[in-house]
Design a protein. Structure first.
Length: 81
């Protein structure tokens, strides 16, 4: 019998960028959020940041609907950093 999905927490209030938290198959807690490029970066869009206690990954090309992706799809996307 398959395990029930782990609940996903999202944050979309107006004072913080959209974010999402989940636990991967290895038990690692990840927080994913959008972050604008720095003032001195030529690029003008945002990055998707994957943050855990063990790693930080930045993805520059990601789908607009990233908040709706499954946990598996998010983890696959994180490896495109």
């Amino acid at each position: 019998m398959p395990e029930p999905p782990i609940p996903v927490r999202t944050s979309q209030d107006s004072s913080t960028p959209p974010s999402r938290s989940f636990v991967d198959g290895d038990g690692v807690h990840w927080t994913v959020y959008e972050q604008a490029f720095g003032d001195y970066d030529r690029r003008s869009s945002s990055s998707l940041i994957f943050n855990s206690d063990f790693a930080v990954r930045r993805v520059r090309n990601y789908p607009a609907n990233w908040l709706e992706l499954s946990e598996r799809e998010l983890m696959e996307l994180s490896w495109m950093a």
